[in-house]
Write a protein that binds this ligand. Structure first.
Ligand code: SF4
Ligand code: SF4
Length: 348
């Protein structure tokens, strides 16, 4: 167990938890009960199984804990120990069925990849959401990577990275997906992703050289190859920092995001104060409890509107999709936003 015997019973983790804030401790007792107390003292596994998948894996509790207890990891360990013996939520069942049928967490609507470039040493890994639902993210990401001078391709035959299965606690299915992806991805020197959940999984789970696109465009290629349209109308923009990016991949990605936005003409940043608060998409919360994930996203959208933003952006297709479900404000995934201001060859 990741250091749970160091618990001071201070409840800082509970106060930091956005799911507790949204639905209350009576419905989700929070990280201390699920990840620290339950494994050591009970309550029963049946009672814990009722709430163990209500966490979005945002890692705010880890930041708040004075003893630096690995609460999200302890939560995942709890899920992995429960998974073989409990009936998961209907949305999770659907996800597992899709993995078994298609190798993707969602039903595919299009075939992706296949055009190979002889020199390409960089693979773009679109992940389930950008390849099948937020397709503009994949297209804009590829456009930006090419505009920045990267020789990149989308390999055919890729399946889900396995991150949703790690979050569910299903290690067996996850290993099968990883084996299939590794056979393809180990042919490349570098993997680039748009989805931070995929980035974390490819780095930590697979041990690959994988970078999120915000890192790649700032640390590897730079943005000099990109030309922007001058005189564009100003955008009052709120930023949502995806949890799996700003806490999972690392806090440096917040600076990388702002670095990229500073290149785009006409961006007027609006400070909301809740930029790093979870939108509810991650950790299998959206698939298991779409109503809770929707309420958390709506809270963020309301805050952006209250602060005068006209658009909200996130460097994560999954967060963008969840925020968009609420309506009320335009949501643009980061590469979509940047591409909308890009000047393509021959354009003035
Ligand atoms: S990871 Fe986030 S949602 Fe999960 S228990 Fe911790 S603070 Fe709450
Ligand atoms: S913040 Fe850390 S020390 Fe405090 S109750 Fe939570 S797990 Fe225990």
């Amino acid at each position: 167990m990741p250091g749970t015997d160091r618990c001071l019973k201070c409840s800082s983790c509970v106060r930091a938890c956005p799911v507790v804030a949204e639905i209350g401790e009576m419905t989700f007792p929070g990280p201390r009960t699920v990840a620290v107390d339950a494994p050591r003292f009970g309550p029963s596994r049946v009672a814990i199984a009722e709430v163990a998948w209500l966490c979005s894996m945002c890692e705010r509790c880890l930041e708040a804990c004075p003893s630096r207890i690995g609460l999200p990891k302890a939560m995942l360990d709890m899920r992995a120990s429960l998974f073989p013996n409990v009936r998961v939520r209907p949305g999770h069942e659907r996800l597992l069925g899709n993995i078994d049928l298609y190798g993707l967490s969602i039903e595919p609507v299009r075939k992706v990849g296949g055009e190979t470039m002889p020199k390409a040493k960089i693979a773009y890994f679109p992940g389930c959401i950008a390849s099948q639902r937020e397709v503009e993210t994949m297209e804009c990401s590829l456009g930006l990577l090419k505009a920045a001078g990267a020789e990149v391709e989308v390999p055919s035959g890729l399946v889900c990275c396995g991150s949703p299965l790690v979050k569910l606690g299903d290690e067996r299915r996850c290993e099968r997906l990883m084996d299939a992806n590794l056979k393809i991805l180990e042919r490349y020197d570098q993997v680039v992703t748009s989805c931070p959940g995929c980035t974390v999984q490819l780095v930590e789970g697979y041990g690959l050289e994988a970078l999120h696109i915000t890192e790649f465009l700032t640390e590897v290629t730079g943005t000099k190859g990109m030309r922007f349209r001058p005189g564009s109308e100003n955008i009052r923009l709120a930023v949502h920092h995806a949890c799996h990016l700003s806490r999972g991949v690392g806090p440096h990605t917040k600076e990388r995001t702002y670095e990229l936005l500073s290149e785009v003409p006409g961006i007027e940043l609006v400070s909301t104060g809740d930029e790093t608060v979870c939108c509810g998409a991650g950790g299998s919360l959206l698939s298991g409890y779409p109503d809770v994930a929707g309420r958390m996203a709506a809270r963020k959208v309301d805050s952006a509107i209250f602060c005068g933003a006209k658009i909200i952006t996130a460097a994560c297709p999954f967060c963008a999709m969840n925020l968009r479900r609420t309506g009320g404000i335009e949501v643009m995934e980061l590469t979509q936003l940047i591409s909308s201001r890009l000047r393509f060859p021959g354009q003035h």
